[in-house]
Write a protein that binds this ligand. Structure first.
Ligand code: PLP
Length: 544
């Protein structure tokens, strides 16, 4: 209690003794934190170092964890040693090991020692950098890192924070957020433009006419952005290489214009989730620019490869884009979350998202970005520390080596497949992804996948391609080596052999597993159920 706020007599006693009674020293002091922190770092290092020995998929049933922990939070503080020990007892049995060298599902999610330490340091500072004044370093490092990164992939100058114009880069939590943020900025720009042409239309009328486009191969998050942003998202058909072509977009735009609708937003994908296909940006871009339609480029996974000059031709046409995103948290060794987004004109975002209050103002607001205007939440983490750590501790060469190594491992797997005439490769191997199937009816490939899922030695997922059942093999973990590719191949080849020999006797285990899966309520897992239509991430057309 502050001096002067005196409480006398018994009530004072009561307050103080009451405080003493209620007050405990915090659960952990700095000395204990040092010990706990060091033990946790050891635990993480041991976990990652020995990950190859753990089954990549867990064997638990839904609800397993409820049996292992009390129904309510502990009344008394516990010892950190006991809590840390429970990582093995409670948590690890239910972990799908995304960084196992045998994880080949979805796409990679990044994990590196510099990235982990970056997370720790960011948590240690624990600031909420929604404006420059709330932690100048948080904003300024992000501005600088987005420029480092933009220059590294050779984005046109106008996207960079250091350009003279209104362009700039920001770190979002995910590519999904970037797509939604792009859509909202596009909406803002289109409404402003149409208001000039049709002053008699109110904003609601204009918004009701807006339409967005992407391909039927785009990630589920694109369709979701349309839902969240109340803009119909047309998922246009792709060519035989799963690419969205200019003529398809042009026809769709024309058809909507004839109906009195207003094309507003296009999302092109560089590296689709299903087969890692690249939309034809050089065809789409000029159409978007001519029609004044915002072009957003989603390069969530493949975008990391553009740090290597030999892959940069795949981003040709990026100069037409209004916004561009890729996820260093996928393939560039920066732990989740770190989705890099650049805009050619950030003012549309600032206009769309600016809600001011007196407590948010500060006297430097015209001299540095207040990133709260560039994103959906108010609060924001100090994510750029992770990027800074990774860029400095790997260096550009180290990161390029990582990408090239993984592309090389995918080629190695492809070569093994090509050497066995019972398999076919269904799309050109692209980046770290190989799409293949067993020749013959779909049931063979389905059975193969069922068996692999039941055995849990490797984790791969299925998809559909031209109405055929296929398997996707992605090189994901930074710890995957040539011996792991051999291991995966032996596992796949061996199980295929059993199926082709008609040795399906033990396939009832699979039925059991499948029943378990179908009870799971999480989309990602449910869609991986060996017996369902096998979609990635849950959209109807077999694409994520
Ligand atoms: C092409 C593509 N876009 C977007 C996403 C979604 O990424 P995020 O989880 O960062 O929203 C994915 C996820 O795999 C993807 O492959």
């Amino acid at each position: 209690m502050a001096p002067g706020n005196s409480v006398s007599g018994p009530s004072r006693q009561l307050v103080f003794s009451g405080c003493r009674e209620l007050y405990r020293p915090s659960a952990m002091d700095a000395t204990e934190f040092r010990n706990f922190g060091k033990a946790a770092v050891d635990y993480i290092a041991d976990y990652l170092e020995n990950l190859r020995d753990r089954p990549v998929l867990p064997s638990v049933e839904p609800g397993y964890l409820q049996e292992l922990i009390p129904k309510v939070a502990p009344q008394e503080p516990e010892k950190w040693q006991d809590v840390l020990a429970d990582m093995e007892r409670v948590i690890m049995p239910g972990v799908t090991h995304w960084h196992s060298p045998h994880f080949h599902a979805y796409y990679p999610t990044a994990n590196s020692y510099p990235g982990i330490v970056g997370e720790m340091l960011s948590a240690g500072i624990g600031c909420i950098g929604f404006s420059w004044i709330t932690s100048p370093a948080c904003t300024e490092l992000e501005v600088a890192m987005m420029d480092w990164l933009g220059k590294l992939i050779q984005l046109p100058q106008e996207f960079l924070n250091c350009s003279d114009g209104p362009g700039g880069g920001v770190i979002q939590g995910s590519a999904s957020e970037s797509t939604l943020v792009g859509l909202l900025a596009a909406k803002q720009r289109t409404v402003r433009r149409v208001q000039v042409l049709h002053p008699e239309w109110d904003e609601a009328t204009i918004k009701g006419k807006l339409v967005a486009y992407s391909s039927d191969q785009s990630n589920s998050s694109i369709e979701k952005a349309g839902l969240l942003g109340s803009m119909p998202m047309r998922l246009l058909p792709t060519d035989d290489k799963c690419r969205l072509r200019g003529t398809t977009l042009e026809q769709a735009i024309k058809s909507d214009q004839e109906k009195g609708l207003i094309p507003c937003y296009v999302v092109a994908t560089l590296g689709t989730t299903g087969t890692c296909a690249f939309d034809c940006l050089e065809e789409l871009g000029p159409i978007c620019n001519k029609e004044d339609v915002w072009l957003h480029v989603d390069a969530a996974y493949a975008g990391s490869a553009f740090i290597c000059p030999e892959f940069r031709h795949l981003m040709a046409g990026v100069n037409y884009a209004d916004s561009y995103t890729f996820n260093p948290h996928k393939w560039m060794l920066v732990n989740f979350d770190c989705s890099a987004m650049w805009l050619k004109d950030s003012q549309y975002l600032v206009d769309a998202f600016s809600v001011d209050r007196i407590y948010l103002k500060h006297r430097h607001q015209d001299r540095a970005p207040d990133y709260r205007h560039w994103q959906i939440p108010l609060g924001r983490r100090f994510r750029s520390i992770k990027l800074w750590m990774v860029l400095r501790l790997y260096g550009v060469e180290g990161l390029q080596q990582h990408i090239r190594r993984q592309v090389g491992l995918a080629k190695e797997f492809e070569t093994l497949l090509r050497g066995d005439s019972r398999f076919e490769i269904v799309t050109e191997t692209s980046m770290g992804l190989v799409c293949f199937r067993l020749k013959g009816p779909d049931t063979l490939t389905k059975k193969l996948h069922d068996r692999l899922m039941a055995r849990k030695n490797i984790y791969i997922i299925a998809a559909t391609f031209k109405d055929k059942h296929i398997l996707r093999f992605a090189v994901c973990s930074r710890m995957t080596e040539s011996r792991d590719i051999q291991f995966a191949w032996e596992e796949i080849r061996g199980q295929a052999e059993q199926i082709l020999l008609g040795n399906d006797a033990d396939d009832d285990i699979l039925v059991h597993n499948c029943k378990t899966y179908s009870r799971l309520k999480y989309n990602m897992i449910r869609n991986d159920c060996p017996s369902n239509g096998l979609k990635i991430n849950g959209t109807a057309n077999g694409q994520a």
